[in-house]
Design a protein around this ligand. Structure first.
Ligand code: FAD
Length: 355
C-alpha cells in the first residue's frame, strides 16, 4: 500500500473546474481525480474500523483493496447502501433477450454461434467482419469484445504503433468461481444477498427475488468468490481430469462455506453446476475469465477510447469507459450509439413527420 495518499480537499484543489454545472463539478472532478477509496475515506473519517467497514462492499464486489480501488469504481457500489440492488425478473438472460428483441423489432437480425474472426480494414476504414468464414459487409462495426482481443481481430499492421502499445499494456480484471445450486429448501426467510467477509464468499438467493426461477419448495442459490486473474492457471486445461477434479474440489469447498451460513444446504442439493475462470473465458472470450473486462485498480492503464483509430470501428462494453458492470456497459453502448447516429448515412433525413 502507498505511504501517503492525498486527501479529497488536496486533490480537488488541484484539478481545474471544467465549467460543469456547479453542483456536479465536484463529483466529476472526484471521478477523474484518480483518488482511491482509501484516500476518500481518510479525508472524512479517522476511525479505522469504520473505514474498513465502509470498504467492505467495494472490496467484495471489485476484488481490490481500498488503497487499490479508484473512487470512480467504488462510488457506484455505494449506490447499494442508498438504493439497494436490482435483479432482472426472469434472470440476466431476460436483459439479453430484450436487447435482441429491440434489434429484431427494428429490422435487424441476431446471429448466435457466430464468432467474429477478423475485422476487415481497407484504407484506414472498416469494411466489415469475417465470422464463421463468412464476410459481412458494414461501414460501421461495433466490437463488444474485450479490448485485449482487438489486435488479433484487426491486425497490428492496421493500427498506429502507440495504439498497439496501449492495447498490449492492458491487463484483465479479477475473475471468479461460481457454484450454481438448485436446493429443495425453503430459503424465503434469508436475505437475497449474503456476503461473508470471513470466508470471502457471496451467496445470492435469486429465487427470493423472482420466485418463478425455482419450483415450489425449492430455491436457486449461487455461491461466488472473486479471484485474482492468476487463478485462471490454477485449474489446468479445460476437459482434462485434473481440471474436472479441481473444479469439483473448489465447488465442494464453496458449498461447505455456504453451509455454515445456511445450515443444511449441502444435504438438500438437487442440482449443482459450477463455472471456473476458464468457463467465463469460454463463454465471453474475456482473457483469463475476467469478469469486469480490464483491470480496474488504481494505476491500471487507461481504458481505450470508444472510437478506435480505424474509421467506423467502435469499441463498447466493459473494457471501455465507464468500465465493468451491467449499468456501466449500457452507458458505453449509449455513448457509441449517440456518436454513430450522427453519421450522415445513419441520420434520418428530416421530413415533415419527424421534424
Ligand atoms: C459471475 C459474474 C457476476 C457478475 N455480477 C455482476 C453484478 O452483480 N452486477 C453487475 O453490474 N455486473 C456483474 N458482473 C459483470 C457484468 O456481467 C459484466 O461487466 C457485463 O456483462 C459486461 O458486458 P459486456 O457487454 O461488456 O460483455 P459481455 O456481457 O461479456 O458480452 C460480450 C459478448 O460478446 C461475445 N463476443 C466476444 N468476442 C466475440 C467475437 N469475436 N465474436 C462474436 N462474439 C463475441 C461474447 O461471447 C459475449 O456474449 C458479473 C460478471 C460475472 C462473470
Amino acid at each position: 500500500s502507498r505511504a501517503h495518499e492525498p486527501g479529497e480537499a488536496w486533490v480537488l484543489g488541484r484539478i481545474p473546474d471544467q465549467g460543469l454545472w456547479p453542483s456536479n463539478a465536484r463529483f466529476y472532478r472526484l471521478l477523474r481525480s484518480g483518488m482511491t477509496l482509501k484516500g476518500l475515506l481518510d479525508s472524512y473519517f479517522e476511525d479505522e474500523e469504520l473505514k474498513a467497514f465502509l470498504s467492505i462492499l467495494a472490496e467484495a464486489y471489485l476484488g481490490t483493496r481500498a488503497e487499490e480501488t479508484p473512487v470512480a469504481s467504488a462510488l457506484p457500489i455505494f449506490g447499494y447502501y442508498i438504493d439497494g440492488g436490482y435483479y432482472p425478473r426472469g434472470s440476466s438472460q431476460a436483459l439479453a433477450d430484450l436487447l435482441a428483441k429491440a434489434i429484431e423489432d427494428h429490422g435487424g437480425e441476431v446471429l448466435t454461434r457466430y464468432r467474429v474472426e477478423r475485422v476487415v480494414i481497407e484504407g484506414g476504414a472498416v469494411r466489415g467482419v469475417v465470422a464463421n468464414g463468412e464476410f459481412f459487409e458494414a461501414p460501421i462495426v461495433v466490437l463488444n469484445t474485450n479490448a485485449m482481443n482487438l489486435l488479433d481481430l484487426v491486425g497490428e499492421e492496421s493500427l498506429p504503433s502507440d495504439y498497439v502499445w496501449h492495447i498490449k499494456s492492458l491487463k484483465p480484471s479479477v475473475t471468479a468461481f461460481v457454484v450454481y445450486l438448485g436446493v429443495e429448501m425453503d430459503l424465503s426467510g434469508y436475505p437475497p444477498l449474503i456476503k461473508s467477509l470471513d470466508d470471502g464468499v457471496g451467496i445470492a438467493i435469486s429465487s427470493n427475488l423472482d420466485p418463478s426461477l425455482a419450483p415450489e419448495g425449492h430455491a436457486c442459490v449461487n455461491v461466488i468468490t472473486v479471484l485474482p486473474s492468476e487463478a485462471y492457471d490454477a485449474f489446468g486445461e479445460h476437459g482434462t481430469p485434473e481440471y474436472t477434479a479441481r473444479k469439483r474440489a473448489f465447488s465442494e469447498e464453496l458449498v461447505e462455506k455456504a453451509s455454515k451460513l445456511i445450515p443444511g444446504l449441502k444435504e438438500r442439493i438437487v442440482i449443482m453446476d459450477a463455472a471456473t475462470p476458464r468457463t467465463f473465458e469460454r463463454y465471453t472470450l474475456n482473457p483469463h475469465g475476467a469478469i469486469y473486462g480490464l483491470d480496474q485498480s488504481a494505476g491500471a492503464p487507461e481504458r481505450p477510447y470508444f472510437k478506435t483509430p480505424i474509421k467506423g470501428l467502435y469499441l463498447v462494453g466493459a473494457s471501455t469507459f465507464p468500465g465493468g458492470g451491467i449499468e456501466a456497459v449500457v452507458i458505453s453502448g449509449i455513448i457509441a450509439a449517440n456518436d454513430i447516429s450522427n453519421w450522415p448515412s445513419v441520420r434520418k433525413p428530416v421530413t415533415a413527420r419527424n421534424a
